[in-house]
Design a binder for this molecule. Structure first.
Ligand code: DGL
Length: 273
């Protein structure tokens, strides 16, 4: 394959909420999206497993010719990015780059809070890695971070059950748990790229005055800045506005669900990792 698109990866559909914003801010580039739906969710999986799956995905993107891959998945960013950047990249693809979504989000999230109390909702893997607490501390040492893992949310969203009344219990439970950890929270970060799909429901259960922050636009802005600062990488990324989609799962299923996340029709190809 000889694509020079920007690769965008997620365990399933969630990364499409990020790709949507990236493609809106940087429409001139080509993109190649891949969701590892056959092995989603990544949230409950071990460090080793998420690392191995993510590395396989990154290698696939490199084989396709992508000079740059965005892990549009917090779980993969938390559990695999650092090892890939520090140990693997030099060996498998010197000159290529892999970026995640946690650092760009941590860099700005403190600016949203007036009280200095931020809540983070994420998968079990992201929360237990402690990545958000560590990264936010680097940029905003005065901010108090409280976290809550929401293990049911991704399965509900991936199975398209999140809109139904049965999902309300799980949504409400985790919001209440988070707010009980710190009553001064005025900013809640959706630290999982699937969660923007719950936005409407979240607004029913989150008190007014608490801002809910999605990552898509933040990551897109950070990528735009990165490409500007790194013309040697930007120059390798092809331009043409083409977007291709692949899934390790069922393509008909993917196309149906993906259109909801991406906001326009999607036609995917199949791949086995
Ligand atoms: N969308 C992914 C994230 O941002 C994870 C979903 C999963 O558990 O696979 O963490």
């Amino acid at each position: 394959m000889n694509r020079s698109s920007i690769g965008v990866f997620d365990s399933g559909y969630g990364g499409l909420t990020v790709l949507k914003e990236i493609a809106a801010q940087l429409p001139q580039y080509d993109y190649l999206y891949m969701g590892d739906n056959a092995r989603a969710p990544y949230g409950p999986r071990s460090f080793q497993q998420v690392y191995e799956y993510t590395l396989e995905a990154v290698q696939w993107f490199f084989e396709q010719g992508c000079p740059l891959v965005i892990l549009a998945c917090n779980t993969a960013s938390a559990k695999a990015l650092r090892t890939i950047q520090q140990n693997d990249l030099e060996k498998i693809a010197p000159g290529k780059r892999v970026l995640g979504v946690i650092r760009p989000t941590a860099e700005v999230i403190g600016n949203y809070s007036k009280t200095g109390h931020v809540g983070v909702l994420g998968t079990k893997g992201t929360v237990s890695s402690g990545s958000y607490t560590l990264e936010i501390e680097k940029f905003f040492p005065h901010i108090k971070v409280s976290q809550e893992a929401c293990p049911m949310w991704v399965p509900l969203i991936e199975s398209n059950e999140h809109q139904k009344p049965g999902a309300d219990y799980f949504v409400k439970q985790h919001i209440n748990n988070l707010l009980a950890k710190d009553r001064d929270i005025d900013t809640i970060l959706l630290g999982c790229t699937h969660y923007p799909l719950l936005m409407k429901k979240l607004s029913w259960f989150i008190p007014g005055g608490v801002e809910v922050v999605e990552q898509g636009k933040i990551v897109a802005k950070s990528l735009a800045d990165y490409l500007e600062r790194h013309p040697e990488i930007a120059g390798k990324c092809s331009k043409g506005g083409k977007i291709e989609f692949f899934t390790t799962g069922d393509t008909a299923d993917f196309d149906e669900h993906a259109a909801i996340f991406f906001g326009r029709p999607v036609k995917s190809g199949q791949l086995a990792l």
